[in-house]
Design a protein around this ligand. Structure first.
Ligand SMILES: NC(=O)c1ccc[n+]([C@@H]2O[C@H](COP(=O)([O-])OP(=O)(O)OC[C@H]3O[C@@H](n4cnc5c(N)ncnc54)[C@H](O)[C@@H]3O)[C@@H](O)[C@H]2O)c1
Length: 691
């Protein structure tokens, strides 16, 4: 065995040279790994005993991507060409894949003559999710191997394709037995030698791209079918252009196109925001005073109280992860209804091919209903999701305190109630925590984990870990009205309402928010949720626009009208009825309606959000600015290519945000008082997210 460098070995196994990379945790393409490939290849090519070469990785995976942290930084080391060394080899090179071959890892494998993989392996080019494209030839090689259609799907989704599918598509040439990758790859290499197979290079394969030449409709149709999904993002389109180049240009020209488009994305604001978001999510799991070695509480069973909108969705998360759930309700019909909704949701997923019919039964089998809270005695964690009323929650928590075993975690899904007050009725406030799921709870990624005054570190650490296990993105927040997400949302909602009284129409405000990149504006959102949430007919005196709309039975999408009129396809149209109601309100208030520009709408809605984020940080209700951004991207549809409110504030300039807040304060009072932290940041020339 020869050590090529600190992370690479070379050995000769009979007539096959084997280059082994070992750079934990994921053999990412660091400088060491790149040099290992380049120098390992030189050694193998120079070794007269080696007739073929295998590239394999130690540890849990093949090369699982580039070293993202190093992206964009300047490299001054001497130039090497690992991809070229692989591709130009005079001896057949076989990539041996286990775990995941992602991004630069798959691109390296595509420079080899052949690829073998174990059945559990997956391959993908996920650069698009960082606002990038594969910039090491992957955009030109993949379409040559699998054709443009499959390349479009893979590269614009970033999906990790299972080995069997890779075999069918031609990304992988042969599957080898699980656990016997090295032997399998060497045997494959010997087969290539014995059969005297030609030194096929992916760059020279042309049938599939040639067949697509002169068929621009392939791309036009793909763009059209995915327009909604790609809206606002640059990277999917830039990936598509590379694949068009693979079809229409010779290989070397295509590589130049790839390089040019890659540089554009790398230098752009979107990728910077998307890379920031990627690291922000990871960072959110780090709690400064809760070290990584904090003991965890095993959670092998969960109890949920309330089978309503939230309880049912929360239960599904756990059943999906294989954790048994007991749901407690007050009445049989509520329980039956709740369980029925869960089943219907699963069956809908199954009918779309997301899961099998057997999965439906397996998951339903993990969910047990009960009308007796004593059924929660043995569970490791309880999540309460009953009506948002302090008296009911307190009653439940005092009962839970008596029923649940010592050490059980007692969580509440409250949206706004004081969790310290809820915890105060128990003799174990250290076990009480907020787990704020978002609706629909089985779909939305975000989980706000709410730390109360006495919540213990193991309870926090366990909740953060568990969030990951059930596929959520968690951020730790403190107890304050609305916690972090809704507290900031409150700012935008208030401004949207106020703007309406100053002369902007709901559809103008919604359009500005939609064009900014939100999936929908605040009024479309209200119509979707229903305007009558919390509205009581008997108490309604037509005092608000909402009252007036609900009194006309315009309660949102479900009644065919709300702020908007809806046609039979549920498409929203600006409503003359709503417009008249608003105009009457404005006239009665004595305010002169004015023309409000899109720019003003944007600033009025978003600056107060950044300002509120600063207050949240000041009060220590979020650990770091990037946690606020994680919350807004995963729970409220803030476009990831704009990084989140705090990142966005930094991008446009905190001095601008501060000046905007001061102007509003001068016009409309201290509701708009700039946060002290915002003033301080500007005075010190600092920003929130790139300190
Ligand atoms: N709906 C949302 O968008 C949303 C989002 C986040 C958090 N929340 C919070 O989640 C909680 C539940 O909200 P929801 O929308 O699911 O309400 P919901 O009205 O749909 O469901 C509440 C359920 O709790 C049951 N219930 C009431 N008292 C009970 C008791 N003593 N024991 C057992 N079951 C009882 C009711 O029968 C009902 O089925 C609230 O605290 C709410 O603030 C709601």
């Amino acid at each position: 065995m020869t050590a090529i460098n600190a992370v690479t070995d070379y050995t000769l196994d009979g007539d096959v040279g084997v280059i082994t990379l070992n750079s934990p945790p994921v053999n990412a393409l660091s400088r060491g790994v790149l040099e290992g490939i380049a120098f390992g290849m030189q050694a193998a090519v120079a070794d007269p005993g080696a007739k073929a070469i295998v590239l394999i990785c130690e540890g849990r995976t093949f090369i699982a991507g580039a070293d993202i942290g190093g992206l964009g930084s300047r490299r001054e080391e001497r130039p090497i060409d690992p991809m070229g060394e692989l591709e130009r080899s005079p001896k057949p090179v076989i990539a041996a894949i286990h775990g995941t071959a992602l991004g630069g890892g798959l691109e390296a494998a595509l420079c080899c003559n052949y690829r073998v993989a174990v059945p559990s392996a997956r391959c993908g080019l996920p650069e698009v999710n960082l606002g990038l494209l594969p910039g090491a030839g992957g955009t030109q090689r993949l379409p040559r191997l699998v054709g443009p259609q499959k390349a479009l799907e893979m590269m614009t989704s970033g999906m990790h394709v299972p080995a069997r599918q890779c075999l069918e598509m031609g990304v992988v040439d042969e599957l080898v037995e699980e656990g016997k990758l090295r032997e399998g790859a060497i045997a494959f290499a010997r087969k290539v030698l014995a059969e005297n197979r030609p030194l096929r290079k992916v760059r020279d394969i042309s049938e599939k791209v040639e067949a697509a030449r002169g068929h621009p409709e392939i791309f036009a149709e793909f763009r059209k079918a995915n327009a909604r999904k790609f809206r606002g993002f640059m990277a999917p389109e830039w990936n598509i252009r590379c694949i068009e180049a693979a079809v229409n240009q010779p290989f070397d020209e295509g590589i130049k196109t790839e390089q040019k488009l890659f540089r554009e994305l790398l230098a752009g604001e979107q990728s910077a925001a998307q890379r920031y978001a990627f690291f922000a999510e990871r960072q959110a799991n780090k709690i400064p005073d809760v070290p990584d070695d904090t003991p965890l509480i095993p959670v092998n069973s969960v109890g949920i109280i309330g089978a309503g909108t939230m309880g049912g969705g929360i239960a599904m998360n756990f059943a999906n992860a294989g954790i048994p759930v007991t749901i407690v309700e007050v009445k049989q019909d509520a329980l039956d209804r709740g369980l029925g909704v869960i089943r219907k949701n699963y069956e809908r997923t199954a009918s779309r091919g997301g899961i099998t019919a057997a999965d439906v039964e397996k998951r339903m089998g993990l969910i047990t209903g009960s009308l007796d809270m004593n059924a929660l005695a043995p569970v490791d964690m309880v999540i309460e999701a009953v009506f948002e009323r302090m008296d009911i929650k307190k009653d439940i928590f005092s009962k839970l305190d008596a029923i649940c075993k010592p050490g059980a975690i007692l969580a509440t899904n409250t949206s706004a109630l004081n969790i310290d007050e809820i915890a105060s009725v128990t003799k174990r406030p250290e076990a009480v925590i907020g787990l704020h799921f978002f609706s629909p709870a089985n779909v939305m990624k975000l989980l706000e984990v709410v730390r109360a005054d006495h919540t213990s570190k193991p309870v926090i650490a366990t909740s953060m870990k568990l969030a990951k296990k059930i596929g959520k993105v968690a951020a730790l927040v403190g107890v304050c009205p609305g916690f972090v997400g809704n507290r900031i949302l409150g700012q935008r909602q208030r401004e949207a309402q106020k703007l309406m009284f100053e002369g902007a129409m709901p559809w103008d405000i919604d359009r500005v928010m939609y064009d900014f990149g939100f999936p929908m504006g605040p009024f479309a959102m209200s119509d979707l949720a229903g305007l009558d949430i919390g509205w009581v007919k008997e108490n309604s005196r037509g005092e608000t626009i909402r009252d007036a709309l609900c009194e006309l039975d315009r309660r949102g999408q479900k009644t065919g009208a709300g702020y908007y009129d809806y046609d039979e396809n549920r498409v929203a149209h600006p409503s003359p009825v709503t417009e008249k109601i608003i105009q009457d309100f404005v006239a009665r208030s004595g305010v002169n309606a004015r023309t409000i520009t899109d720019e003003e709408i944007l600033e009025r809605c978003l600056y107060p959000m950044v300002n509120e984020g600063a207050k949240i940080l000041e009060e220590g209700m979020a650990i770091r600015a990037s946690d606020i951004d994680v919350i807004w991207e995963n729970g409220y549809g803030w476009p990831v290519y704009r990084g989140g409110p705090m990142w966005w504030g930094d991008q446009i300039g905190l001095d601008k945000v501060l000046a905007g807040m001061k102007k509003l304060q001068a016009q409309m009072g201290d509701l708009y008082k700039p946060a002290a932290l915002l003033e301080k940041m500007v005075a010190e020339g600092k920003n929130f997210t790139r300190v």
